[in-house]
Write a protein that binds this ligand. Structure first.
Ligand code: RFL
Ligand code: PHB
Length: 392
């Protein structure tokens, strides 16, 4: 088989890239290791920046998101038993975020792909990249027992943190930056109506907690835990008791409780690869960088990367220009490092750490007091949280 761009991975990055390329008349094929059902039900992110929402709308993918997404104009920070609201819309000249599950975005993207007869191989095995430094790369894999080969002009590595694309680049070409945090998040989904219209990020001496939501009838909650936490030790009752403790506050607000339908532990990591390209291979999304989820940036960065990549590939095919492709890494890394810093800042401020000194913990409280009392500090948090505008 032959295509212009072979895309590895059908997460938000790979699926959106194929759609944006199709809008520019560029042909692509997607190769995904997992099943369609798995991709459509993988519970992950929930917060879309304004720029992500705009990108999906402009690409004609926003109909269901506009009906079912929940637009939020602020978030609340809870510490010292008091809730403090950050009015993001007022602080950013009218910008907002939308709560709409990543797996709903993925479902919308897969539906659009199938509607347009996008070639998409689920359940691919032994995916492997060849000839990346040459002008004629190709991808091989096994599909339903048959050996497959795709010849292409470019390969987009959109296969997440554990994929094979980044690993296909010689180690001496890459520089990686990493921080692994000494804590993780225990996340649950509960059949309970959200008891508040906005997210609550709570700093408590027993650990961080986050109140979020997925729909008018589903609440999403997280508790800071140890990276090797044993979920078997967390009965539903223990989870609710810990959430009640960490969310306790003078206003009397608490999450509604209900049947827990999903539990998982997510490790926390910051990670960046430089550069994000090698020969004809371009990395996008989690394949190139990871942020801890506290800033709600991961999926938004994946969208930002593929916006840049699709524009660079369009310039290459339309005008025979390769300068935008050459600059791909540099262009993306500006936004990535900004988001890395913001996610690191939010994570450090909101999580008491097991190895913190008493002084270190008071620094976190001092920071929380500052961002909730200074207009300038609140504005800085807000503009990062809603997401900086894309370069024209
Ligand atoms: P994905 O979604 O991991 O997709 C990669 C795809 O590649 C496939 N794959 C392969 N395919 C072919 N061959 C191989 N060898 C392959 N190896 C892997 C995988 O099966 C998969 O389908 O990466 P992508 O597209 O870059 O998207 C990134 C986002 O998924 C990620 O950044 C976010 O989920 C992070 N994240 C959040 N981001 C936000 O923007 N806002 C949030 O509120 C937010 N909350 C979160 C999060 C991530 C979380 N977890 C579980 C890590 C909350 C959590 C708990
Ligand atoms: C989520 O709803 O899953 C969520 C929300 C905000 C975050 C991270 C995750 O910062």
């Amino acid at each position: 088989m032959r295509t212009q761009v072979a895309i590895i991975g059908a997460g938000p990055a790979g699926l959106l890239l194929s759609h944006l390329l199709r809008l520019q008349g560029i042909d692509s094929m997607i190769v995904e290791a997992r099943s369609r059902d798995y991709c459509e039900n993988r519970i992950r992110a929930g917060v879309l920046e304004q720029g992500t929402v705009d990108t999906l709308n402009e690409a004609g993918l926003g109909a269901r998101m506009q009906r079912e997404g929940l637009v939020h104009h602020g978030i609340e920070l809870l510490f010292g038993r008091e809730l403090h609201r950050i009015d993001m819309t007022a602080l950013t000249g009218g910008r907002s975020i939308t709560v709409y599950s990543q797996h709903e975005v993925v479902r919308d993207l897969i539906a659009a792909a199938l509607e347009h007869d996008q070639t998409l191989y689920f359940d691919a095995e032994d995916v492997s990249l060849h000839g990346l430094p040459s002008d004629a790369p190709h991808v091989t894999f096994k599909h339903r027992g048959v050996e497959m080969r795709i010849d292409c002009d470019y390969v987009a590595g959109c296969d997440g943190f554990h994929g094979i694309s980044r690993a296909s680049i010689p180690a001496d070409v890459l520089r990686t930056y990493e921080r692994v945090y000494p804590f993780a998040w225990l996340g649950i989904l509960a059949d309970a109506a959200p008891s508040k219209d906005e997210l609550v990020y709570a700093h408590h001496e027993r650990g961080f907690a986050l109140f979020s939501m997925r729909s008018p009838s589903v609440t999403r909650l997280y508790l800071q835990c140890h990276p090797d936490e044993d979920l078997a030790l967390w009965s539903d009752e223990r989870i609710w008791a810990e959430l009640r403790t960490r969310f306790e506050n003078t206003s009397g607000w608490l999450p509604n409780e209900g049947h827990i339908t999903q539990k998982s532990v997510t490790p926390m990591r910051s990670f960046v690869t430089e550069p994000m390209q090698y020969g004809r291979l371009f990395l996008a999304g989690d394949a190139a960088h990871i942020v801890p989820p506290t800033g709600a940036k991961g999926m938004n960065l994946a969208v930002a990367d593929v916006r840049v990549l699709s524009q660079a590939l369009a310039a290459r095919y339309r005008d025979a220009r390769t300068d935008l492709l050459d600059a791909y890494s540099r262009t993306c890394l500006e936004r990535i490092w900004r988001s890395e810093h913001f996610s690191y800042f939010m994570t450090n401020m909101l999580h008491p750490s097991y190895d913190d000194t008493p002084f270190g913990n008071r620094m976190k409280l001092a920071e929380l007091k500052y961002v909730t009392s200074s207009h300038a500090a609140a504005q800085s948090l807000a503009e990062n949280y809603v997401g900086l505008p894309f370069a024209a």
